[in-house]
Design a protein around this ligand. Structure first.
Ligand code: ADP
Length: 507
Protein backbone atom coordinates (compact mmCIF):
# COMPACT_ATOMS: atom_id res chain seq x y z
CA UNK A 1 0.00 0.00 0.00
CA UNK A 2 2.09 2.89 -1.19
CA UNK A 3 1.27 6.46 -0.31
CA UNK A 4 -0.68 8.07 -3.09
CA UNK A 5 -1.91 11.45 -1.84
CA UNK A 6 -5.55 11.10 -2.97
CA UNK A 7 -6.88 7.96 -1.30
CA UNK A 8 -10.40 8.37 -2.68
CA UNK A 9 -10.45 8.55 -6.42
CA UNK A 10 -13.54 10.37 -7.58
CA UNK A 11 -12.86 9.33 -11.14
CA UNK A 12 -15.38 7.52 -13.28
CA UNK A 13 -14.77 3.93 -14.25
CA UNK A 14 -12.43 4.16 -17.27
CA UNK A 15 -13.73 3.02 -20.67
CA UNK A 16 -13.61 -0.69 -21.46
CA UNK A 17 -11.73 -2.22 -24.36
CA UNK A 18 -13.45 -3.19 -27.60
CA UNK A 19 -12.93 -6.91 -26.89
CA UNK A 20 -14.63 -6.71 -23.49
CA UNK A 21 -17.40 -4.47 -24.88
CA UNK A 22 -18.12 -7.07 -27.55
CA UNK A 23 -18.10 -9.91 -25.07
CA UNK A 24 -20.53 -8.36 -22.60
CA UNK A 25 -23.04 -7.68 -25.36
CA UNK A 26 -23.46 -11.33 -26.25
CA UNK A 27 -26.97 -12.66 -25.78
CA UNK A 28 -27.57 -14.91 -22.78
CA UNK A 29 -26.43 -18.46 -23.43
CA UNK A 30 -25.37 -21.60 -21.66
CA UNK A 31 -22.55 -24.02 -22.37
CA UNK A 32 -24.09 -27.46 -22.71
CA UNK A 33 -22.47 -30.42 -24.42
CA UNK A 34 -19.75 -28.34 -26.04
CA UNK A 35 -22.12 -25.80 -27.56
CA UNK A 36 -23.51 -22.41 -26.65
CA UNK A 37 -27.24 -22.87 -26.44
CA UNK A 38 -30.17 -20.59 -25.76
CA UNK A 39 -31.70 -21.07 -22.31
CA UNK A 40 -35.01 -22.92 -22.10
CA UNK A 41 -36.95 -20.16 -20.34
CA UNK A 42 -37.13 -16.38 -20.60
CA UNK A 43 -35.84 -15.52 -17.15
CA UNK A 44 -32.84 -13.18 -17.29
CA UNK A 45 -30.55 -11.62 -14.70
CA UNK A 46 -28.90 -8.21 -15.07
CA UNK A 47 -25.17 -7.96 -14.34
CA UNK A 48 -23.84 -4.69 -12.90
CA UNK A 49 -20.54 -2.89 -12.81
CA UNK A 50 -20.21 -2.33 -9.05
CA UNK A 51 -18.11 0.82 -9.53
CA UNK A 52 -20.65 2.67 -11.69
CA UNK A 53 -23.85 0.77 -10.80
CA UNK A 54 -24.51 0.50 -14.54
CA UNK A 55 -25.90 -2.68 -16.05
CA UNK A 56 -23.22 -4.20 -18.26
CA UNK A 57 -24.68 -7.51 -19.34
CA UNK A 58 -27.63 -9.84 -19.14
CA UNK A 59 -27.39 -13.53 -18.38
CA UNK A 60 -29.77 -16.47 -18.37
CA UNK A 61 -31.38 -17.77 -15.23
CA UNK A 62 -31.09 -21.44 -16.20
CA UNK A 63 -34.10 -23.49 -15.13
CA UNK A 64 -34.55 -27.13 -14.15
CA UNK A 65 -34.85 -28.09 -17.81
CA UNK A 66 -31.46 -26.53 -18.61
CA UNK A 67 -29.97 -28.17 -15.53
CA UNK A 68 -31.26 -31.55 -16.65
CA UNK A 69 -29.79 -31.08 -20.13
CA UNK A 70 -26.43 -30.11 -18.72
CA UNK A 71 -26.33 -33.00 -16.26
CA UNK A 72 -27.26 -35.44 -19.02
CA UNK A 73 -24.46 -34.06 -21.18
CA UNK A 74 -22.00 -34.38 -18.29
CA UNK A 75 -23.19 -37.95 -17.63
CA UNK A 76 -22.86 -38.96 -21.27
CA UNK A 77 -19.37 -37.45 -21.47
CA UNK A 78 -18.34 -39.24 -18.29
CA UNK A 79 -19.61 -42.68 -19.32
CA UNK A 80 -18.81 -42.85 -23.01
CA UNK A 81 -17.14 -41.09 -25.91
CA UNK A 82 -13.58 -39.82 -25.95
CA UNK A 83 -13.20 -38.55 -22.36
CA UNK A 84 -13.13 -41.87 -20.44
CA UNK A 85 -10.89 -43.32 -23.17
CA UNK A 86 -8.36 -40.56 -22.87
CA UNK A 87 -4.97 -41.38 -21.37
CA UNK A 88 -4.00 -39.39 -18.28
CA UNK A 89 -1.17 -37.82 -20.28
CA UNK A 90 -3.70 -36.69 -22.88
CA UNK A 91 -5.87 -35.05 -20.23
CA UNK A 92 -2.73 -33.41 -18.89
CA UNK A 93 -1.97 -31.92 -22.32
CA UNK A 94 -5.51 -30.57 -22.67
CA UNK A 95 -5.39 -28.89 -19.27
CA UNK A 96 -2.05 -27.31 -20.14
CA UNK A 97 -3.53 -26.08 -23.38
CA UNK A 98 -6.35 -24.43 -21.47
CA UNK A 99 -3.83 -22.79 -19.12
CA UNK A 100 -1.98 -21.46 -22.13
CA UNK A 101 -5.17 -20.00 -23.57
CA UNK A 102 -5.82 -18.25 -20.27
CA UNK A 103 -2.31 -16.85 -20.38
CA UNK A 104 -2.76 -15.63 -23.93
CA UNK A 105 -6.03 -13.90 -22.98
CA UNK A 106 -4.88 -12.72 -19.57
CA UNK A 107 -5.26 -8.99 -20.26
CA UNK A 108 -8.85 -9.36 -21.42
CA UNK A 109 -9.73 -11.72 -18.56
CA UNK A 110 -8.29 -9.32 -15.97
CA UNK A 111 -10.30 -6.46 -17.42
CA UNK A 112 -13.49 -8.50 -17.48
CA UNK A 113 -12.95 -9.65 -13.91
CA UNK A 114 -12.30 -6.15 -12.66
CA UNK A 115 -15.36 -4.80 -14.45
CA UNK A 116 -17.64 -7.56 -13.18
CA UNK A 117 -16.42 -7.97 -9.63
CA UNK A 118 -15.09 -4.48 -8.91
CA UNK A 119 -11.60 -5.54 -7.88
CA UNK A 120 -8.58 -3.45 -8.94
CA UNK A 121 -7.40 -4.51 -12.36
CA UNK A 122 -3.82 -4.61 -11.08
CA UNK A 123 -4.90 -7.22 -8.56
CA UNK A 124 -6.79 -9.26 -11.14
CA UNK A 125 -3.62 -9.27 -13.27
CA UNK A 126 -1.37 -10.16 -10.39
CA UNK A 127 -3.50 -12.65 -8.47
CA UNK A 128 -6.73 -13.83 -10.06
CA UNK A 129 -5.60 -14.68 -13.57
CA UNK A 130 -2.14 -16.10 -12.72
CA UNK A 131 -3.77 -18.00 -9.85
CA UNK A 132 -6.28 -19.60 -12.20
CA UNK A 133 -3.49 -20.59 -14.57
CA UNK A 134 -1.43 -22.00 -11.74
CA UNK A 135 -4.32 -24.20 -10.54
CA UNK A 136 -4.72 -25.65 -14.01
CA UNK A 137 -1.00 -26.33 -14.46
CA UNK A 138 -0.54 -27.83 -11.02
CA UNK A 139 -3.52 -30.15 -11.38
CA UNK A 140 -2.54 -31.04 -14.97
CA UNK A 141 0.54 -32.68 -13.48
CA UNK A 142 -1.58 -34.79 -11.15
CA UNK A 143 -3.53 -36.36 -14.04
CA UNK A 144 -0.68 -38.79 -14.68
CA UNK A 145 0.24 -39.32 -11.02
CA UNK A 146 -2.91 -40.73 -9.48
CA UNK A 147 -2.00 -43.93 -7.64
CA UNK A 148 -3.43 -46.73 -5.58
CA UNK A 149 -1.52 -49.18 -3.42
CA UNK A 150 -0.95 -52.92 -3.25
CA UNK A 151 -2.08 -54.20 0.10
CA UNK A 152 -0.77 -57.16 2.09
CA UNK A 153 -3.87 -58.79 3.51
CA UNK A 154 -4.00 -61.42 6.25
CA UNK A 155 -6.74 -63.39 4.54
CA UNK A 156 -6.17 -67.12 4.56
CA UNK A 157 -6.35 -68.47 1.03
CA UNK A 158 -7.41 -71.96 -0.01
CA UNK A 159 -4.50 -74.30 -0.71
CA UNK A 160 -2.84 -73.45 -4.02
CA UNK A 161 -4.32 -69.94 -4.20
CA UNK A 162 -3.39 -66.59 -2.78
CA UNK A 163 -4.91 -63.15 -2.52
CA UNK A 164 -3.79 -60.20 -4.52
CA UNK A 165 -5.25 -56.96 -3.19
CA UNK A 166 -4.86 -53.41 -4.31
CA UNK A 167 -6.60 -50.05 -4.25
CA UNK A 168 -7.45 -47.89 -7.20
CA UNK A 169 -8.69 -44.31 -7.35
CA UNK A 170 -11.53 -43.76 -9.79
CA UNK A 171 -13.14 -40.47 -10.81
CA UNK A 172 -16.22 -39.77 -8.70
CA UNK A 173 -18.35 -38.93 -11.76
CA UNK A 174 -20.59 -35.98 -12.58
CA UNK A 175 -19.82 -33.05 -10.31
CA UNK A 176 -21.99 -30.01 -9.67
CA UNK A 177 -19.70 -27.10 -8.89
CA UNK A 178 -21.14 -23.94 -7.38
CA UNK A 179 -18.86 -20.99 -6.82
CA UNK A 180 -19.00 -17.51 -5.26
CA UNK A 181 -18.35 -14.01 -6.58
CA UNK A 182 -15.20 -12.95 -4.76
CA UNK A 183 -12.61 -14.59 -7.07
CA UNK A 184 -14.80 -15.65 -10.00
CA UNK A 185 -12.27 -17.00 -12.51
CA UNK A 186 -9.85 -18.27 -9.90
CA UNK A 187 -12.67 -20.21 -8.22
CA UNK A 188 -13.82 -21.64 -11.55
CA UNK A 189 -10.29 -22.84 -12.36
CA UNK A 190 -9.74 -24.13 -8.83
CA UNK A 191 -12.91 -26.18 -9.11
CA UNK A 192 -12.46 -27.41 -12.68
CA UNK A 193 -8.76 -28.31 -12.54
CA UNK A 194 -9.13 -31.44 -10.36
CA UNK A 195 -12.25 -32.49 -12.29
CA UNK A 196 -10.25 -32.46 -15.50
CA UNK A 197 -7.20 -34.10 -13.94
CA UNK A 198 -9.18 -37.00 -12.48
CA UNK A 199 -11.44 -37.58 -15.50
CA UNK A 200 -14.70 -36.40 -13.91
CA UNK A 201 -17.15 -34.11 -15.69
CA UNK A 202 -18.67 -30.88 -14.41
CA UNK A 203 -21.70 -28.66 -14.46
CA UNK A 204 -20.33 -25.37 -13.18
CA UNK A 205 -22.51 -22.56 -11.87
CA UNK A 206 -20.79 -19.21 -11.35
CA UNK A 207 -22.31 -16.68 -8.97
CA UNK A 208 -25.09 -14.63 -10.54
CA UNK A 209 -23.28 -11.39 -9.62
CA UNK A 210 -20.06 -12.33 -11.47
CA UNK A 211 -20.69 -14.79 -14.31
CA UNK A 212 -18.65 -13.13 -17.06
CA UNK A 213 -15.19 -14.68 -16.75
CA UNK A 214 -16.70 -18.15 -16.33
CA UNK A 215 -18.52 -17.66 -19.64
CA UNK A 216 -15.29 -16.51 -21.27
CA UNK A 217 -13.56 -19.53 -19.76
CA UNK A 218 -16.22 -21.69 -21.43
CA UNK A 219 -15.14 -20.33 -24.80
CA UNK A 220 -11.53 -21.17 -24.02
CA UNK A 221 -12.51 -24.68 -22.91
CA UNK A 222 -14.09 -25.26 -26.32
CA UNK A 223 -11.02 -23.77 -28.01
CA UNK A 224 -8.69 -26.02 -25.99
CA UNK A 225 -10.49 -29.04 -27.44
CA UNK A 226 -12.11 -30.74 -24.46
CA UNK A 227 -14.71 -33.27 -25.57
CA UNK A 228 -18.32 -32.00 -25.49
CA UNK A 229 -20.05 -32.34 -22.13
CA UNK A 230 -16.87 -32.52 -20.02
CA UNK A 231 -17.49 -28.97 -18.78
CA UNK A 232 -20.95 -27.42 -18.90
CA UNK A 233 -21.56 -23.91 -17.63
CA UNK A 234 -24.93 -22.68 -16.42
CA UNK A 235 -25.62 -19.17 -15.22
CA UNK A 236 -28.44 -18.53 -12.82
CA UNK A 237 -29.59 -17.76 -9.33
CA UNK A 238 -28.63 -19.91 -6.39
CA UNK A 239 -32.16 -20.65 -5.30
CA UNK A 240 -33.25 -21.72 -8.80
CA UNK A 241 -30.34 -22.98 -10.94
CA UNK A 242 -28.14 -23.86 -7.96
CA UNK A 243 -30.90 -25.64 -6.08
CA UNK A 244 -31.98 -27.61 -9.18
CA UNK A 245 -28.40 -28.69 -9.75
CA UNK A 246 -27.95 -29.82 -6.17
CA UNK A 247 -31.22 -31.76 -6.26
CA UNK A 248 -30.55 -33.49 -9.58
CA UNK A 249 -30.52 -37.26 -9.02
CA UNK A 250 -27.75 -37.92 -11.54
CA UNK A 251 -25.15 -35.70 -9.89
CA UNK A 252 -22.56 -37.76 -7.99
CA UNK A 253 -20.83 -35.00 -6.09
CA UNK A 254 -21.34 -31.37 -5.17
CA UNK A 255 -18.38 -29.06 -4.68
CA UNK A 256 -19.45 -25.76 -3.18
CA UNK A 257 -17.70 -22.59 -2.12
CA UNK A 258 -19.84 -19.91 -0.53
CA UNK A 259 -21.63 -18.98 2.65
CA UNK A 260 -22.05 -21.35 5.58
CA UNK A 261 -25.79 -20.77 5.42
CA UNK A 262 -26.06 -22.04 1.83
CA UNK A 263 -23.48 -24.78 2.52
CA UNK A 264 -25.84 -26.20 5.15
CA UNK A 265 -28.78 -26.10 2.73
CA UNK A 266 -26.71 -27.92 0.13
CA UNK A 267 -25.60 -30.55 2.60
CA UNK A 268 -29.23 -31.21 3.54
CA UNK A 269 -30.31 -31.32 -0.12
CA UNK A 270 -27.54 -33.82 -0.88
CA UNK A 271 -28.54 -36.18 1.90
CA UNK A 272 -31.44 -38.14 0.36
CA UNK A 273 -29.18 -39.55 -2.36
CA UNK A 274 -25.98 -39.27 -0.27
CA UNK A 275 -24.15 -37.32 -2.91
CA UNK A 276 -20.54 -36.65 -2.06
CA UNK A 277 -20.21 -33.12 -0.77
CA UNK A 278 -17.26 -30.84 -0.23
CA UNK A 279 -17.88 -27.44 1.29
CA UNK A 280 -15.57 -24.46 1.55
CA UNK A 281 -17.54 -21.99 3.62
CA UNK A 282 -17.26 -18.86 5.67
CA UNK A 283 -14.74 -17.70 8.21
CA UNK A 284 -14.04 -15.18 10.90
CA UNK A 285 -10.32 -15.67 10.97
CA UNK A 286 -8.28 -14.44 13.91
CA UNK A 287 -5.03 -12.52 13.49
CA UNK A 288 -3.09 -12.92 16.74
CA UNK A 289 -0.32 -10.43 17.49
CA UNK A 290 2.13 -11.31 20.27
CA UNK A 291 4.07 -8.63 22.18
CA UNK A 292 7.54 -9.24 20.69
CA UNK A 293 6.64 -7.95 17.22
CA UNK A 294 7.56 -4.75 15.40
CA UNK A 295 4.16 -3.00 15.47
CA UNK A 296 4.52 -1.19 12.16
CA UNK A 297 5.45 -4.32 10.19
CA UNK A 298 2.60 -6.26 11.75
CA UNK A 299 0.14 -3.41 11.21
CA UNK A 300 0.84 -3.47 7.47
CA UNK A 301 0.35 -7.25 7.43
CA UNK A 302 -2.83 -7.09 9.49
CA UNK A 303 -4.28 -4.38 7.22
CA UNK A 304 -3.51 -6.45 4.15
CA UNK A 305 -5.01 -9.52 5.85
CA UNK A 306 -8.42 -7.89 6.14
CA UNK A 307 -8.61 -5.25 3.39
CA UNK A 308 -7.39 -7.39 0.51
CA UNK A 309 -10.16 -7.76 -2.11
CA UNK A 310 -12.26 -5.27 -0.09
CA UNK A 311 -12.41 -7.85 2.68
CA UNK A 312 -14.45 -10.19 0.48
CA UNK A 313 -12.24 -13.15 1.23
CA UNK A 314 -13.21 -16.26 3.16
CA UNK A 315 -9.90 -16.17 5.06
CA UNK A 316 -10.01 -12.41 5.74
CA UNK A 317 -8.26 -11.65 9.02
CA UNK A 318 -11.37 -10.00 10.42
CA UNK A 319 -10.73 -10.49 14.15
CA UNK A 320 -7.56 -8.87 15.37
CA UNK A 321 -6.27 -9.97 18.79
CA UNK A 322 -3.39 -7.80 19.93
CA UNK A 323 -1.39 -8.28 23.11
CA UNK A 324 -1.99 -5.35 25.45
CA UNK A 325 1.61 -4.05 25.31
CA UNK A 326 1.49 -3.38 21.57
CA UNK A 327 -2.25 -2.80 21.11
CA UNK A 328 -2.22 0.98 20.68
CA UNK A 329 0.72 1.02 18.30
CA UNK A 330 -0.65 -1.76 16.10
CA UNK A 331 -4.11 -0.16 15.98
CA UNK A 332 -2.54 3.15 15.07
CA UNK A 333 -0.61 1.45 12.25
CA UNK A 334 -3.63 -0.47 10.90
CA UNK A 335 -5.75 2.70 11.01
CA UNK A 336 -3.07 4.65 9.19
CA UNK A 337 -2.75 1.91 6.58
CA UNK A 338 -6.52 1.88 6.14
CA UNK A 339 -6.56 5.63 5.52
CA UNK A 340 -3.80 5.41 2.92
CA UNK A 341 -5.53 2.79 0.76
CA UNK A 342 -6.59 4.25 -2.57
CA UNK A 343 -10.28 3.41 -3.00
CA UNK A 344 -11.65 3.75 -6.51
CA UNK A 345 -13.10 2.04 -9.58
CA UNK A 346 -11.44 -1.24 -10.44
CA UNK A 347 -10.35 -0.34 -13.95
CA UNK A 348 -8.45 2.72 -12.75
CA UNK A 349 -4.80 1.65 -12.56
CA UNK A 350 -4.29 3.67 -9.36
CA UNK A 351 -7.00 1.87 -7.42
CA UNK A 352 -5.88 -0.30 -4.53
CA UNK A 353 -9.33 -1.19 -3.22
CA UNK A 354 -12.47 -1.38 -5.34
CA UNK A 355 -16.14 -1.31 -4.42
CA UNK A 356 -17.96 -4.24 -2.88
CA UNK A 357 -19.54 -6.59 -5.38
CA UNK A 358 -23.15 -5.46 -5.08
CA UNK A 359 -25.54 -3.05 -3.50
CA UNK A 360 -26.80 -5.85 -1.28
CA UNK A 361 -23.29 -6.56 -0.03
CA UNK A 362 -22.58 -2.87 0.61
CA UNK A 363 -25.83 -2.55 2.57
CA UNK A 364 -25.04 -5.68 4.57
CA UNK A 365 -21.63 -4.35 5.57
CA UNK A 366 -23.09 -0.95 6.51
CA UNK A 367 -25.77 -2.67 8.60
CA UNK A 368 -23.03 -4.52 10.50
CA UNK A 369 -21.24 -1.24 11.20
CA UNK A 370 -24.51 0.25 12.39
CA UNK A 371 -25.10 -2.67 14.70
CA UNK A 372 -21.54 -2.36 16.03
CA UNK A 373 -22.10 1.31 16.86
CA UNK A 374 -25.45 0.54 18.46
CA UNK A 375 -23.82 -2.13 20.63
CA UNK A 376 -21.18 0.32 21.85
CA UNK A 377 -18.19 -0.29 19.56
CA UNK A 378 -15.94 2.58 18.46
CA UNK A 379 -14.88 3.18 14.88
CA UNK A 380 -11.15 3.98 14.93
CA UNK A 381 -10.90 4.50 11.16
CA UNK A 382 -13.26 4.45 8.19
CA UNK A 383 -16.85 3.46 8.88
CA UNK A 384 -18.50 5.28 5.99
CA UNK A 385 -19.79 4.48 2.54
CA UNK A 386 -18.57 7.41 0.42
CA UNK A 387 -21.32 9.49 -1.18
CA UNK A 388 -20.68 8.57 -4.78
CA UNK A 389 -21.80 6.09 -7.40
CA UNK A 390 -20.63 2.58 -6.74
CA UNK A 391 -20.88 0.14 -3.86
CA UNK A 392 -17.93 1.52 -1.92
CA UNK A 393 -17.21 1.12 1.78
CA UNK A 394 -14.10 2.67 3.29
CA UNK A 395 -11.65 0.35 5.05
CA UNK A 396 -12.76 0.27 8.65
CA UNK A 397 -11.12 -0.48 11.99
CA UNK A 398 -13.40 -1.13 14.97
CA UNK A 399 -12.29 -1.14 18.62
CA UNK A 400 -14.01 -1.34 22.03
CA UNK A 401 -15.77 -4.51 21.02
CA UNK A 402 -16.81 -7.47 23.13
CA UNK A 403 -17.21 -11.12 22.14
CA UNK A 404 -21.01 -10.97 22.11
CA UNK A 405 -21.33 -8.29 19.46
CA UNK A 406 -22.67 -9.29 16.07
CA UNK A 407 -19.71 -7.66 14.32
CA UNK A 408 -17.39 -9.89 16.33
CA UNK A 409 -19.35 -13.10 15.87
CA UNK A 410 -20.61 -12.99 12.28
CA UNK A 411 -18.80 -13.01 8.97
CA UNK A 412 -19.09 -9.51 7.46
CA UNK A 413 -17.33 -10.16 4.14
CA UNK A 414 -16.28 -6.55 3.81
CA UNK A 415 -13.35 -4.29 4.71
CA UNK A 416 -13.99 -4.32 8.46
CA UNK A 417 -11.69 -5.53 11.21
CA UNK A 418 -12.63 -5.75 14.90
CA UNK A 419 -9.76 -5.50 17.35
CA UNK A 420 -9.48 -6.84 20.89
CA UNK A 421 -6.74 -6.77 23.56
CA UNK A 422 -5.45 -9.87 25.32
CA UNK A 423 -2.89 -10.65 28.03
CA UNK A 424 -2.17 -14.38 28.03
CA UNK A 425 -1.66 -17.00 25.33
CA UNK A 426 -4.23 -19.39 26.81
CA UNK A 427 -6.78 -16.64 26.90
CA UNK A 428 -6.26 -15.64 23.27
CA UNK A 429 -6.39 -19.25 22.07
CA UNK A 430 -9.77 -19.59 23.76
CA UNK A 431 -11.08 -16.37 22.28
CA UNK A 432 -9.73 -17.14 18.83
CA UNK A 433 -11.63 -20.43 18.90
CA UNK A 434 -14.80 -18.85 20.24
CA UNK A 435 -16.48 -18.89 16.83
CA UNK A 436 -18.49 -21.41 14.82
CA UNK A 437 -15.91 -21.00 12.04
CA UNK A 438 -12.49 -22.60 11.66
CA UNK A 439 -11.09 -21.72 8.29
CA UNK A 440 -7.82 -19.95 9.00
CA UNK A 441 -5.77 -17.95 11.49
CA UNK A 442 -2.48 -16.14 11.64
CA UNK A 443 -0.01 -15.70 14.47
CA UNK A 444 2.49 -12.85 14.40
CA UNK A 445 5.59 -13.38 16.52
CA UNK A 446 9.20 -14.45 16.43
CA UNK A 447 8.94 -16.12 19.82
CA UNK A 448 9.27 -19.71 18.68
CA UNK A 449 8.05 -21.23 21.93
CA UNK A 450 4.96 -19.05 22.06
CA UNK A 451 4.14 -19.78 18.42
CA UNK A 452 4.59 -23.50 18.94
CA UNK A 453 2.30 -23.40 21.97
CA UNK A 454 -0.36 -21.48 20.13
CA UNK A 455 -0.52 -23.21 16.73
CA UNK A 456 -1.74 -26.60 18.03
CA UNK A 457 -4.48 -24.89 20.05
CA UNK A 458 -6.04 -23.12 17.09
CA UNK A 459 -8.95 -24.95 15.53
CA UNK A 460 -8.56 -23.94 11.90
CA UNK A 461 -7.73 -25.60 8.60
CA UNK A 462 -4.80 -23.27 7.97
CA UNK A 463 -2.55 -21.38 10.38
CA UNK A 464 -0.09 -18.83 9.03
CA UNK A 465 2.83 -17.49 11.01
CA UNK A 466 4.06 -13.95 10.24
CA UNK A 467 1.95 -13.87 7.09
CA UNK A 468 -1.71 -14.21 6.15
CA UNK A 469 -3.71 -15.55 3.21
CA UNK A 470 -0.68 -17.25 1.70
CA UNK A 471 -2.72 -19.82 -0.19
CA UNK A 472 -0.79 -22.13 -2.48
CA UNK A 473 -2.24 -24.74 -4.80
CA UNK A 474 0.09 -27.38 -3.34
CA UNK A 475 -1.18 -26.79 0.22
CA UNK A 476 -4.46 -28.45 1.21
CA UNK A 477 -7.11 -25.85 2.01
CA UNK A 478 -10.39 -26.18 3.86
CA UNK A 479 -12.14 -25.65 7.14
CA UNK A 480 -12.70 -27.00 10.61
CA UNK A 481 -16.13 -26.71 12.20
CA UNK A 482 -18.71 -24.70 10.24
CA UNK A 483 -16.14 -23.54 7.71
CA UNK A 484 -16.89 -26.73 5.83
CA UNK A 485 -15.37 -30.09 5.09
CA UNK A 486 -13.07 -31.65 2.54
CA UNK A 487 -9.71 -30.26 1.52
CA UNK A 488 -9.06 -28.71 -1.89
CA UNK A 489 -5.63 -28.27 -3.47
CA UNK A 490 -2.59 -30.50 -3.23
CA UNK A 491 -2.97 -34.27 -3.27
CA UNK A 492 -6.03 -33.90 -1.05
CA UNK A 493 -7.68 -31.88 -3.81
CA UNK A 494 -7.30 -34.77 -6.22
CA UNK A 495 -8.56 -37.30 -3.70
CA UNK A 496 -11.66 -35.15 -3.22
CA UNK A 497 -12.74 -36.04 -6.76
CA UNK A 498 -12.10 -39.76 -6.55
CA UNK A 499 -13.68 -42.83 -5.05
CA UNK A 500 -11.30 -45.36 -3.54
CA UNK A 501 -11.94 -48.87 -4.73
CA UNK A 502 -10.42 -51.91 -3.01
CA UNK A 503 -9.90 -54.93 -5.22
CA UNK A 504 -9.24 -58.32 -3.70
CA UNK A 505 -8.52 -61.23 -6.05
CA UNK A 506 -8.15 -64.85 -5.23
CA UNK A 507 -5.58 -65.98 -7.78
P1 ADP B 1 -22.93 -15.02 -0.80
O1 ADP B 1 -23.86 -14.92 0.39
O2 ADP B 1 -21.55 -14.65 -0.51
O3 ADP B 1 -23.50 -14.45 -2.07
P2 ADP B 1 -23.81 -17.63 -1.36
O4 ADP B 1 -23.45 -18.77 -0.51
O5 ADP B 1 -25.21 -17.10 -1.30
O6 ADP B 1 -22.76 -16.54 -1.05
O7 ADP B 1 -23.49 -17.92 -2.89
C1 ADP B 1 -22.46 -18.73 -3.35
C2 ADP B 1 -22.96 -19.52 -4.53
O8 ADP B 1 -24.01 -20.37 -4.11
C3 ADP B 1 -23.53 -18.67 -5.67
O9 ADP B 1 -23.17 -19.27 -6.91
C4 ADP B 1 -25.02 -18.78 -5.43
O10 ADP B 1 -25.78 -18.59 -6.60
C5 ADP B 1 -25.14 -20.20 -4.93
N1 ADP B 1 -26.34 -20.48 -4.14
C6 ADP B 1 -27.02 -19.64 -3.34
N2 ADP B 1 -28.09 -20.26 -2.78
C7 ADP B 1 -28.10 -21.54 -3.25
C8 ADP B 1 -28.94 -22.67 -3.04
N3 ADP B 1 -29.99 -22.64 -2.24
N4 ADP B 1 -28.60 -23.82 -3.68
C9 ADP B 1 -27.53 -23.89 -4.47
N5 ADP B 1 -26.70 -22.86 -4.71
C10 ADP B 1 -26.98 -21.69 -4.11
Amino acid sequence: MNAIPAPHLASEQPAISAAVARFVQRPPRLLINGEWVAPHGDARIPVFDPASERQIAEIANADAHDVDRAVRAARAAFESGPWPQMLPAEREVLIWRLAELLERNAAELAELESLDNGKPIAMARMIDIPGAIQHLRYMAGWASKIEGATVQTSLRAAPGTKFHAYTVREPVGVVAQIIPWNFPLLMAALKLAPVLATGCTSVLKPAEQTPLTALRLGELIIEAGFPPGVVNILTGLGETTGAALVAHPDVDKIAFTGSTEVGKLINIAATPSLKRVSLELGGKSPVIVLPDVDPSTVAAGAAQAVFFNSGQVCVAGSRLFIQRKVFDKVIEGVSEASRSIVVGPGLDERTQMGPLVSEEQRDRVMAYLQSGRAQGATIAAGGEAPQRKGYFVNPTVVVDVNPDMKIVREEIFGPVVVAQRFDELDEVAKWANDTPYGLAASVWSNDLRAVQRLVPKIKAGTVWVNCHAMIDVALPFGGYKQSGFGREQGRAGIELYTELKSVCMAV
